[in-house]
Design a protein around this ligand. Structure first.
Ligand SMILES: [Zn+2]
Ligand SMILES: [Zn+2]
Length: 206
């Protein structure tokens, strides 16, 4: 059996590297068209590094059925540290241009910021929606402008219009890391995620 050598294509804007016969229709990270991709020269100097990006997420949650103060609705500032591995792009010097990682991750993660994270079966959920409905803000508001991309996975569903995320499992740092990883893994070459919130932290290495 022979070895199949795949071509590699580098996004000239953000440094995203795509492996395949031809460049993708558009960059999954920064959305420029395929014409912005350049074929990577084989051989030469290769440096694989990890690029580290931090994102702050302010959110409210509670642990449903938990015996302790965390059963009450309360807030946190969490910090997600995102470690992405890749080859250094010789033209721009980045693994993935740092703002691109942040911007891309934020498209999804902004849904958790200034948001309430509740479990599906939490009886606060229908009550909260009733209040938002009565105030006319359930379906959005002209001042709710920094909304993210809606998502609906096995673990979580985002309602960007009213800054709500409904989760399947209790929103501990451990479970939230799993939610974040599922949302970001397809477009970022994640090596490690660390989420710190209050006195708690969890990390996950791929
Ligand atoms: Zn790109
Ligand atoms: Zn908490």
């Amino acid at each position: 059996m022979g070895v199949i050598k795949m071509k590699q294509w580098v996004c000239s804007k953000c440094g995203y590297v795509y492996t395949g016969e031809s460049a993708p229709a558009q960059c999954p990270v920064c959305h420029v068209p395929s014409s912005a991709f350049k074929e990577k020269a084989l051989g030469g100097e290769k440096r694989v590094l990890t690029s580290i990006t931090k994102l702050n997420i302010q959110y409210a949650h509670r642990f449903l059925g938990y015996i302790g103060e965390a059963q009450y609705l309360h807030g946190h500032t969490g910090t997600l540290t995102l470690e992405v591995e890749g080859e250094v792009n010789t033209s721009n010097g980045f693994v993935v241009a740092c703002n691109s990682i942040k911007n891309h991750a934020w498209e999804y993660l902004v849904n958790f910021d200034h948001a309430i994270i509740l479990q599906k079966e939490d009886p606060i959920l229908p009550e909260l929606l009733k209040v938002y409905e009565a105030q006319g803000i359930k379906g959005g508001s002209p001042w709710n402008t920094s909304t993210g991309r809606a998502f609906d996975t096995d673990l979580a569903k985002a309602y960007p219009e009213c800054r709500l995320v409904v989760v399947k499992k209790v929103a501990t740092v451990e479970n939230l890391i799993e939610v974040f990883y599922t949302l970001l893994k397809d477009t970022l070459n994640i090596k490690k995620l660390t989420f710190t919130s209050g006195d708690n932290a969890a990390s996950f290495s791929v």
